[in-house]
Design a protein around this ligand. Sequence first.
Ligand code: MBD
Ligand code: FE
Length: 275
Amino acid sequence: MTSAFRRDYKRNSAITDSETSTNTRLQVIFTDVLQSLLGIIRRHQVTWEEYRAATAWLTEAGAQGYEIPLMLDVFLSQTVDDVNFGAQGGTESNVEGPFYVPDAQLLERPYVLTQREGEAGERLMFSGTVSSTDGSPLAGAMVDVWQASAAGEYSNFHPTCPEGNLRGRFTTDDLGRFELETIVPPSYGIPDGGATAKLLAGLGRHLIRPGHIHFKLSHPTCRSLTTQIYFEGDPYIDADVVGAVKDSLIVGLVRSDDAATRCSYDFVLASRNEA
Ligand code: MBD
Ligand code: FE
């Protein structure tokens, strides 16, 4: 095994360790990736048929627009989040996912997330605050929100959903508070029929993420934060296909007979003054 590894490595060494090259991070990491893959091919005696199926799958995924980022986000992003989550304190980070679009519409008070007339779904008043790890409320913090519709569509990616739908940016008030009207996002299935869904089906795995709302929060005095909020009682809260749910990011929904469902979350951004 070891000698086979060494031979593979040597055969490819022209691009990875010539005398003159510096040991760049690309060389170090790609060499590791390649050695792992070559080891897998040997260990499982991968056939030409399997190799061609993998090539065809990647070609298909590449032709489907967002399927490659989606696949990488499903299988790898949670671990990238893990290794990058520092000790800076504040609200825990969470993966961005493949469906973020910058420069979403700036909302005016009272904040209602951009939506179709009669947008399907359970009305939700999401309130909260944004403060700093040094304890001060953050007035004028920018909050950038995006989520799937009740039918599990993200605008700008799913053709059935108008551009900019259920996306928006707004700022906190003088006391760092905000209130946003939107809908409760139900459990969300990653797009059926795509290469990622096909792979998951082949693995015998479901396609579902628990309902979630994505947030990006920023303020000049703090580090920016990308995270997601999940909802207590969601049937997939312990079975996220991405494995990204963190206990500290789950909120309860308060339902009442005569008003919209409510929830709240107090976000804390890491102060830049701290180490
Ligand atoms: C999503 O909607 C998502 O948020 C993540 C992280 C991965 C796939 C689809
Ligand atoms: Fe998402």
